[in-house]
Ligand binder design. Structure first.
Ligand code: ZN
Length: 296
């Protein structure tokens, strides 16, 4: 009898644990972690690998990141080789079968988007950090919507008992995004012109009809030569943009030099969720970006 009781208690405990178990999501970037949170809410336990102050192009495969990846049910990443410098090492060293390439738990967000600015030829020895096209599509509402849809399908596959929950959250996300797109479009960015340090804003410019007339960093990831600096100063003088767009990790020297020579103001724009105040989720991040640019 005692044995039977113990068995019953064990079964109940196991059932309870299973019922409330969360899916472990490891996301490389803050915006990815936030979209996952909006679709999975309390059903997910989310760890983000890259800090909000960090340059996402250059991240070290630290042991703490490998440990985090070890317990992941799903690894979600930006793709387009943005994480090429550290993620393959993390995936391999984690020895976690769930997140190996080809498994449902290896979730490449870029599979759902159409990359722009694909280079015609890439020489990695030259340091090109966008070899598969521009990886900064998280500034594009419609691309992020496609990623959210892809995440929903993957969560349903991995955790089918909560299918209705994930689908309901996706519908809420979809509805909020439609409202926000109208709000953002009403800020009327079309016709504006900017110079950026890095090609962060190309998707945003395409979606909202403004122009990036040039970048101080002529080739992504490669510090500008004096010739390239001169060229961008000429471009600024010829096209009269509204401002230079920089982010928290942009090198200060070349930006200050160009601003000093042209008299152009700089605007500090968040590069990801949480990188500046009032950007605690993807919607408020986009609110901040659009407001800064429309007022700039
Ligand atoms: Zn980049």
């Amino acid at each position: 009898m005692r044995k039977k009781l113990l068995k019953l208690v064990f079964c109940l405990t196991a059932f309870t644990v299973n019922l409330f178990a969360q899916i472990n999501v490891v996301a490389t970037l803050p915006w990815i972690g936030d979209i996952a949170k909006q679709i999975g809410k309390e059903k997910l336990s989310i760890t983000v690998l890259v800090k909000t102050s960090q340059d996402p192009h250059y991240v070290e495969a630290k042991p703490s990141l490998i440990i985090a990846a070890r317990k992941a049910d799903i690894l979600m990443y930006n793709g387009l080789d943005l994480e090429i410098g550290y993620l393959p090492v993390i995936i391999e060293s984690s020895k976690n079968p769930n997140i190996q390439p080809g498994r449902p738990g290896n979730f490449d967000c870029s599979k759902f988007v159409s990359p722009i600015e694909k280079p015609t030829s890439v020489d990695r020895s030259m340091g090109d950090i966008h070899p598969l096209g521009n990886p900064h599509y998280h500034f594009s509402p419609l691309n992020v919507l496609k990623v959210a849809q892809g995440m929903t399908e993957t969560l349903v596959k991995i955790d089918p008992q909560n299918e209705n929950y994930y689908r309901k959250n996706y519908q809420e996300f979809y509805k909020k995004l439609q409202e926000k797109i109208s709000e953002w479009k009403s800020k009327n960015l079309s016709g504006k012109k900017f110079v950026a340090y890095h090609t962060l804003f190309s998707y945003l410019a395409n979606d909202f009809g403004f122009q990036i007339v040039g970048c101080i960093e002529a080739k992504p990831g490669i510090p500008p030569s004096s010739g390239e600096i001169k060229k961008i100063i000429d471009t600024i003088n010829n096209t009269k943009p509204d401002a230079i767009l920089v982010n928290v990790y942009s090198p200060k020297k070349p930006v200050e030099f160009v601003a000093g020579k042209t008299g152009l103001k700089t605007i500090l724009v968040p590069h990801d969720v949480g990188s500046l105040p009032q950007t605690q989720d993807w919607f408020s991040f986009m609110d901040k970006v659009i407001t800064l640019l429309s007022e700039g």
